[in-house]
Design a protein around this ligand. Structure first.
Ligand code: ZN
Length: 378
């Protein structure tokens, strides 16, 4: 009874909200990782009680529902004011990207004849996901192995082979057309006169980072977003100081399009007053969303794997056949190997296309549609 009551309440409370945020579809399938920077205890303070980590989380929380209203999936590397280890953030970003890649590779497996290569790549991706989960959970001991943490000031360190391989996998357009990483900060200077917003991205020829890794595949995309966003921030009222390359952890330790943004100087009274105003933050959040939509228009459509059409009828007959063989081991033993192989493939299609169990992945955009009988599954 209590459950029923809760359910009724849920509908009353949630349904109107859902309608208010009807999905525009502009960002369907896109995955935006918002990094709110720093964290309590590791956050620059400024006059007026200004706390960078608190204001940037506030901004992230203003951006999130606007993005979701356009159909995007949003991940937070730091969901609360509690500080999150840099290594945990880097590991989570890699993990989220690889989880999506894994999902698409598994789907591809249903259609390829070259299963051996694909299967070994799937095992490899699974291994990295497990590894990144361990790093995220145990950053003090594992993050220094796989990431440039603590930062090597001599700049002689090269990226770990495992990280290199993960970056190579992430170069797939399945990933680069879906993901965007944004790290939110406000800046500080010794002079209160310094004001304005900066945006930073990784480059392949910046002498300060070229030794570590110089094969980032999304430099142009990152730069495009940095430039577009700064125009939006200046529309909102904070001066544009220009986009340029720099070497920050949150843009360095993966191969997704990524930008670190300094949303003005909290040491400057005018910028700080804006960052402390909730009206301004809402306006700024809207500029972020506009820039993100412009960015993904520039990126173009999401790259998907092409799937041949499968008849719902044949999918259904496979299910029936499977039911039979599962209850009759003799039939199963007598099936020719090619039939078993075909059955496996078709089963995968059925599972991915219509009957997939609840997927633990966030940001999953494929499958999910229950096909009507007699229609095409695609
Ligand atoms: Zn900062």
């Amino acid at each position: 009874m209590k459950k029923l009551l809760a359910l009724v309440l849920l509908f009353i409370v949630v349904v109107p909200t859902v309608q208010a945020y009807a999905n525009s579809g502009l960002l369907d399938g896109r995955i935006i990782i918002l990094d709110a920077g720093h964290g309590a205890g590791n956050s620059p303070q400024a006059p007026g009680g200004y706390l960078e980590h608190e204001r940037m989380l506030y901004l992230a929380n203003r951006i999130r529902p606007l993005l979701e209203a356009h159909g995007a999936t949003v991940h937070f590397t730091r969901p609360t004011s509690t500080m999150v280890h840099q290594g945990t953030r880097a590991a989570r970003i890699n993990m989220w990207a690889l989880e999506v890649l894994l999902h698409y590779r598994e789907r591809e497996l249903a259609y390829t004849s070259d299963t051996t290569r694909l299967q070994s790549e799937i095992f490899e991706i699974e291994r990295y996901i497990t590894l990144m989960r361990s790093v995220a959970n145990n950053p003090d001991s594992l993050a220094p192995i796989y990431f440039n943490i603590p930062f090597d000031e001599s700049r002689t360190r090269v990226a770990h082979p495992t990280l290199r391989r993960m970056m190579e996998l992430q170069a797939d357009p399945i990933i680069s057309t879906r993901f965007l990483v944004i790290s939110l900060h406000s800046n500080a200077a010794s002079s209160t006169g310094v004001s304005g917003a900066d945006a930073f991205y990784m480059s392949n020829n910046d002498p300060r980072s070229v030794v570590y890794f110089n094969n980032y595949t999304n430099v142009e995309l990152s730069r495009y977003f940095a430039t577009t966003l700064l125009r939006g921030i200046s529309n909102a009222g904070i001066r544009n100081r220009g986009a340029r390359s720099a070497n920050w952890l949150i843009t360095r330790e993966h191969n997704l399009p990524a930008v670190l943004v300094e949303n003005g100087y909290h040491t400057n009274p005018q910028d700080r007053a804006l960052l402390q105003s909730s009206d301004f933050m809402q306006r700024l959040a809207q500029e972020y969303v506009n820039a993100i939509i412009t960015y993904f228009n520039f990126v173009g459509p999401i790259v998907d794997i092409s799937l041949p059409e499968i008849e719902a009828e044949s999918a259904y007959s496979v299910l029936t056949l499977t039911k039979q063989v599962l209850s009759d081991t003799e039939t199963f033993a007598n099936l020719p190997e090619t039939a078993v192989f075909r059955m496996q493939r078709l089963l995968r299609v059925v599972i991915f296309r219509g009957l997939r169990p609840p997927n633990p992945l966030q940001g999953d955009t494929c499958g999910g549609q229950t096909p009507a009988a007699g229609t095409h599954l695609r």
